[in-house]
Design a protein around this ligand. Structure first.
Ligand SMILES: Cc1cc2nc3c(=O)[nH]c(=O)nc-3n(C[C@H](O)[C@H](O)[C@H](O)COP(=O)(O)O)c2cc1C
Length: 167
């Protein structure tokens, strides 16, 4: 039985995906109980699919290419490799363990807090490296109005550019 422990564990869709929520949005996000990332995504005013808060819940299935927005949790620096441990929320690992979700990711936007120093938005860097996609932007907490405007304009340009790429 695959565990939600690495980005490589599951190489297929869930065997019974009839219970999984689906999204046709080109933006997918995770927000924890504090909800900062969700508030930022709300301010963008774009359609977005939400990765379930409960790790035990059937995960979201993306239906088209998307940009992922996610916060970093628990990056602890000090020893080699320690910073990366636990930085990506388990719910996001479960979502990316679904091969179809992993194949549709095109970019990452990181949410975090600069108080965490070199671990600022570390989860976005980890996913970008694993999935070989760019980190498009980083913002703190629920983002400023400038962040909202920059991300909205950046996403328009990003998707225009993507649509011009050869298949
Ligand atoms: C226990 C804990 C650990 C955190 N670790 C990091 C971190 O390593 N790097 C970072 O940039 N932000 C870190 N943060 C800040 C969160 O990423 C930030 O508050 C984010 O806005 C939370 O988004 P959410 O409310 O949508 O979950 C941490 C926050 C908490 C509570």
């Amino acid at each position: 039985m695959p565990q939600a422990g690495s980005l490589e564990d599951e190489h297929r869709r869930p065997s019974d995906d009839s219970q999984n929520p689906v999204t046709a949005a080109d933006l997918v996000y995770f927000t924890s109980a504090s909800g900062y990332t969700g508030r930022f995504v709300d301010k963008l005013g774009r359609e977005a699919g939400q990765i379930p808060l409960l790790t035990s819940a059937p995960t979201l299935l993306a239906q088209r290419p998307y940009v992922l927005v996610l916060p970093t949790y628990g990056g602890t620096a000090g020893q080699p490799g320690a910073a990366a441990k636990g930085a990506v929320p388990k719910q996001v690992i479960k979502f990316l363990n679904v091969e179809s979700n992993r194949s549709l990711i095109r970019g990452v936007i990181g949410a975090g807090n600069t108080n965490f120093g070199e671990n600022y938005c570390l989860a976005a860097d980890i996913i970008a490296a694993k999935c070989k996609v760019p980190v498009l932007y980083r913002f703190e907490l629920m983002g400023t109005s400038e962040d909202v405007a920059t991300v909205n304009q950046g996403l328009e340009e990003f998707w225009t550019h993507q649509s011009q790429k050869p298949a």
